[in-house]
Design a binder for this molecule. Sequence first.
Ligand code: MTE
Ligand code: MO
Length: 330
Amino acid sequence: MLILNKKASDCSESEVTDKSIYLNRRQFMKVTGGIALGVGGIGHAAAALQEGNPLSPPSSLKSSFDNIVETSFGKDDKLSPYDVATSYNNFYEFGYGKSDPKERSSQLKTTPWTITVEGEAAKTGVFDLDGIIKESMLEERIYRLRCVEAWSMVIPWVGVSLATVLKRFEPTSKAKYVYFETLYDPKQMPGQLGSGLDWPYREGLRIDEAMNPLAFLAVGMYGSILPNQNGAPVRLVLPWKYGFKSIKSIVKIRFVETMPETTWSMLAPNEYGFYANVNPNVDHPRWSQQQERRLPGGVLFPNVIETKMFNGYEEEVASLYAGMDLKRFY
Ligand SMILES: Nc1nc2c(c(=O)[nH]1)N[C@H]1C(S)=C(S)[C@@H](COP(=O)(O)O)O[C@H]1N2
Ligand SMILES: [Mo]
């Protein structure tokens, strides 16, 4: 597997050769507006990044934002203002208040960043995030994020299709579910010193949900890299599910055979299920789920709207749950 975080001086001859191929590809991508490449180049991408090549400067994911493919997702929605989307957050690793993530996450070091891939897949190991992302077609998708607390936002996310990334690792037929884990590092994430949640934050999807074209791995928003409070450097965005499924600052992906334990369903299984599909017809035990406050919206102008089934993405995802009793599998 890949060896990561090597010094540039550790580069072998073959890597130097392959690197020039990689750079040619990068130029090619610029011309074509991006093209998905195979898994073989990941290590070389990482090597190129470490050398600070002008085409792909280290640590600055902005360089790859030159060629974002615009998609038609969400073009009809009015965007939430950037300052709202980045100052009213849930990221309990930094505290339970909505402004805590913005105020307390600046110490989080997001480069370099690796993701460990484990379990039922042919290609497992430790992968450099920059490599994974640079090898994929970067898109902008405007997706709604609906929190279980009944507020929602509309955000232009920048990232890559989750399916494209997962397929590179060649999951086996035993991979029925995918499990994700957030970084555990109380020094950088002071909220993890407290009890409350069983750290690290954990999430999971059935494999067909993960492979659905709507599932997205975001590295940016509003045309720029993700602010720490929004889950830098990489998070899920699952627009048909309640916000808590969209796990932030991911460091582990594991392909598994059985349904994995997830943070909120472990903590309060009667309130939060594994599926957590947005569903106005199934109440949270303590409140209705029929409406949501589209932010910004305050006391004077609450901006309350009706919540739609699957957050309005019924056409895209309803078939995943055909025949399932959604009152039972909430
Ligand atoms: N690691 C981690 N991921 C997380 C959370 C969290 O506390 N920790 N909160 C979730 C919840 S409840 C919501 S609503 C969304 C909020 O995303 P946003 O802050 O970008 O709007 O992130 C989700 N992902
Ligand atoms: Mo949430």
